[in-house]
Design a protein. Structure first.
Length: 537
C-alpha cells in the first residue's frame, strides 16, 4: 500500500564521480538543485542532505552513503530522494542491501526524478535497474582495459610520457615526442652511466647541479630537480629503447610508435651496470620464444630454456639461449640445443608446409565450394532432426496432459518424462553439432591455411604468441628428442606436405611465362592443389 509522502522523512542523496561519462548525469550542485525543487513539488519532507564524490563500484567506501544507511536502519529517516538508482549503487553488495531494506520496509520509499520504488513493488524491476548500474561499471572497466591494451600493443603509451619525452596532441591525435629541451640531457645521462665511470647518485648530482635539470611541470608535481628514485626508474625503463611491454604477457614487447633514445644493446648494458637495481630484459621468463609448449620426447617433461652470457674483451656482452629437458623425471636427454640451431630446424619444418598467398587464395575458394555443398546436405539432415525433436516434445506435452487429468500416476509420469527429457536433450545436442560441423571444419582449415601463409617470414618477425600459433598450426604435440624438433602433423596436412613444395616451385616458374601460357599453367596447378576427389583438401 502506497504511503503518504507527507508522513515520511527523506534523505536527499547526491553522488557524482569521474567514472560518470554520461552527459545526462548532472553534477552534485545540479542534482541538489533539481532534487530540492522536486521535494517542494511533491511536498517531500527532507530531514538530511548527504553527498559523495566517489565511485560506487566498490562497496563501503562512501561516507555519505554509509551514514544514510545507518540513519535508515535506526529509524531516523524513512526514504531516499535521489536522481537515479545508479546514484545509490553500482555494485551488487550495496544494491542488495538497499533492496533488502526496501523489502523489510526499513526504507519505505526511494524517490528518483522519474519514478518511485516502494516495498510492495515488483522486486525484479528494482533488481534490473540496479544491475544496469553494475553492468555499466563492468563494461566501463572492460572498455578501459581494452583501450589501454590496444594502445600498448600498437606501441603507444597510455599515461604520462617518461622523462625526455612529452605528450602532445596533433590533429586531435595524442602522440609522444622527444622533449626538445630535455631529451639530449637524458641521452647524456645514459652515456655517463654507460661509460662506467659514474654512479647513479653522481649522475643525479651532475644533472641537477651542473646542468640545472628540472622535470616537466605538471598540475601537482614536477618542475624541480630529478630525484633518486625517478632516475633509477628512468634507467630501468625499456621504453627508452623503443619497446613497449605487453600488458598481459611478461617479456613480450611491441615496437614503440615514438623514437627510441637508446638501443636495446645499450639498455641491456645499463641493466648489467645497475646490477640488482636493474630490470634485465632477457631475465624475463617469457623471453624464451619456444619455451612452455614443447615437451621432451623421452620423459614427457617440459622443455625449458636458459640464458648464458659471455663478456667479450671489448666490454660487450653476448647472450646465447639454450633449450633442454627439465629432467624432473629420469631421462637421458641431458644435452642442450642452441636456440639458433632450433630456429634453423623450425625454418626447415615450415618449408614443408608454407603456403603462398596464391595457394591460400585458391584454398579459401575451394573451402567455400565444399562448404556450400555440405550446407545443402546439412539442411536436409537438420530438417529431419527438427521433426524428430518436435515429435519427442509432443510426447512430453501429451504425457503432461495425461498426468494433469489423472490418466497416469505421478510415479509413471516421472519415470516416462525423465526418459523422454533425456532423449530430447540428446537429439537437441546432435542437432547443434550438425549446425556447427560445417562452420567448425571450415574455420579450422581456413585459419590453418592463413597461419601457414608466408609462415617463415611470420615466424621470424612475429612475437612469442605468433611463433607458438604457427608451430601449433602444424600439429599439437611438438617434442624435442636427440636435439631434434619433431611435430606430428594434423592428418589433413599430410597431402599438403607432400605436394606444396613442388606447387610453390611451379607457381614461381609461372610468373615469368606469357599471359596465355600463365593462365593454362595456373589452371594445371589449381587442379593439383584441389582435386575434388574427396571432401578434404
Amino acid at each position: 500500500m502506497k504511503q503518504d509522502r507527507n508522513n515520511l522523512r527523506y534523505i536527499l542523496y547526491a553522488r557524482k564521480s569521474s567514472e560518470d561519462r554520461d552527459k545526462q548525469v548532472q553534477s552534485i550542485p545540479d542534482q541538489l538543485d533539481v532534487l530540492r525543487k522536486l521535494a517542494m513539488r511533491l511536498k517531500i519532507n527532507v530531514v538530511k542532505e548527504l553527498e559523495d564524490s566517489k565511485s560506487a563500484k566498490t562497496p563501503f567506501l562512501r561516507d555519505g552513503f554509509t551514514q544514510m544507511l545507518k540513519m535508515l536502519e535506526l529509524g531516523e529517516a524513512d526514504g531516499i530522494l535521489c536522481w537515479h538508482i545508479n546514484r545509490l549503487s553500482r555494485n551488487p553488495t550495496e544494491s542488495g542491501i538497499l533492496q533488502q531494506m526496501l523489502q523489510d520496509e526499513k526504507i519505505k520509499s526511494i524517490q528518483a526524478h522519474d519514478k518511485e520504488h516502494l516495498p510492495d513493488d515488483n522486486a525484479v524491476v528494482f533488481s534490473v535497474e540496479a544491475s544496469i548500474g553494475n553492468q555499466y561499471i563492468l563494461e566501463l572497466r572492460k572498455n578501459v582495459k581494452r583501450g589501454i591494451y590496444h594502445k600498448l600493443r600498437n606501441g603507444e603509451l597510455s599515461g604520462v610520457a617518461p622523462e625526455g619525452y612529452l605528450n602532445v596532441t596533433k590533429r586531435s591525435k595524442k602522440e609522444v615526442v622527444k622533449d626538445p629541451i630535455r631529451s639530449n640531457l637524458v641521452r647524456d645521462a645514459f652515456d655517463l652511466l654507460l661509460s662506467g665511470k659514474y654512479t647513479v647518485p653522481e649522475i643525479r648530482r651532475i644533472m641537477n647541479e651542473d646542468w640545472g635539470y628540472t622535470t616537466v611541470r605538471r598540475t601537482k608535481v614536477g618542475g624541480g630537480p630529478i630525484n633518486r628514485s625517478s632516475l633509477y626508474g628512468m634507467f630501468r625503463n625499456i621504453r627508452y629503447a623503443g619497446q613497449i611491454p605487453d600488458p598481459e604477457i611478461p617479456g613480450v614487447y611491441a615496437k614503440a610508435s615514438f623514437p627510441a633514445m637508446i638501443s636495446l644493446d645499450e639498455y641491456d648494458r645499463v641493466q648489467d651496470i645497475l646490477g640488482k637495481r636493474g630490470c634485465p630484459r632477457l631475465a624475463s621468463r617469457r623471453q624464451f620464444d619456444l619455451r612452455g609448449f614443447i615437451r621432451c620426447g623421452e620423459c614427457g617433461c617440459m622443455i625449458t630454456a636458459e640464458l648464458k652470457k659471455k663478456k667479450l674483451v671489448n666490454g660487450e656482452i653476448n647472450y646465447h639461449t639454450y633449450y633442454h629437458c627439465t629432467l624432473k623425471k629420469p631421462c637421458s636427454q641431458r644435452s642442450s640445443v642452441r636456440e639458433a640451431d632450433l630456429f634453423a630446424q623450425v625454418n626447415e619444418l615450415l618449408d614443408c608446409y608454407e603456403v603462398t598467398p596464391k595457394l591460400y587464395e585458391w584454398g579459401i575458394k575451394a573451402l567455400n565450394e565444399m562448404a556450400k555443398e555440405e550446407i545443402s546436405e546439412r539442411d536436409e539432415v537438420q530438417s529431419m532432426q527438427f521433426e524428430s525433436i518436435a515429435a519427442v516434445q509432443k510426447k512430453l506435452d501429451n504425457l503432461l496432459d495425461m498426468a494433469e487429468f489423472g490418466a497416469i500416476t505421478p510415479e509413471v509420469y516421472q519415470q516416462r518424462s525423465t526418459k523422454l527429457a533425456k532423449e530430447l536433450k540428446e537429439r537437441q545436442k546432435e542437432q547443434s553439432k550438425t549446425a556447427d560441423r560445417v562452420k567448425n571444419w571450415y574455420e579450422i582449415v581456413g585459419k590453418t591455411l592463413e597461419t601457414l601463409t608466408n609462415a617463415n617470414e611470420k615466424f621470424v618477425t612475429g612475437n612469442v604468441n605468433d611463433k607458438v600459433e604457427i608451430l601449433l598450426a602444424i600439429g599439437q604435440n611438438p617434442i624435442l628428442i636427440d636435439k631434434k624438433l619433431v611435430i606430428t602433423p594434423n592428418e589433413w596436412l599430410i597431402p599438403i606436405k607432400n605436394e606444396v613444395q613442388a606447387l610453390r616451385n611451379e607457381i614461381e616458374k609461372v610468373r615469368t611465362e606469357p599471359h596465355k601460357i600463365q593462365k593454362a599453367s595456373e589452371d594445371a596447378i589449381l587442379k593439383s592443389w584441389y582435386t575434388r576427389q574427396d571432401s578434404n583438401l
